[in-house]
Design a protein around this ligand. Structure first.
Ligand SMILES: [Zn+2]
Length: 132
């Protein structure tokens, strides 16, 4: 039996100096948004509007908690640990419909697959229900 080697660091990153949404360097501390990271003063309006919109749909749990945690299961060949295909594909389909992308990291100690919103993908998100 083999453990999956994490492809990303599972420890929190050092404090952001760049806006999580647009990547522009922040001259002043931004607003930290759960599951997104530190966001600049202009982008926070868009991020809040996007998350408010997304919270009304099937990704509500992801927005509310900042992440979704899926238990890893032993693959059929018994060689690796993988997330449930049904659970994972559901979130990927919902995110795709909403026009955002998800990213993941693996917490080896608890065999958990953790999904979060890819902050940069909120740039292309068009908020339909919020007036400019
Ligand atoms: Zn920004």
């Amino acid at each position: 039996m083999r453990e999956i080697t994490p492809t990303r660091k599972t420890t929190p990153r050092t404090p952001a100096t760049c806006c999580a949404r647009c990547g522009i360097k922040l001259s002043n501390p931004g607003t930290v948004v759960l599951g997104i990271g530190e966001v600049g003063p202009e982008c926070i309006k868009h991020v809040n509007a996007a998350l408010t919109d997304l919270a009304a749909g099937p990704l509500a749990l992801l927005v509310a908690r900042g992440e979704v945690r899926l238990k890893l299961q032993l693959s059929a060949d018994g060689l690796s640990w993988i997330p449930s295909h049904d659970a994972l594909s559901q979130y990927i389909v919902w995110a795709d419909r909403a026009g955002i992308k998800l990213q993941h990291r693996i917490e080896v100690s608890t065999r958990t697959y953790i999904l979060t919103i890819k902050p940069r993908s909120l740039q292309g998100y068009s908020v339909k229900s919020v007036q400019a």
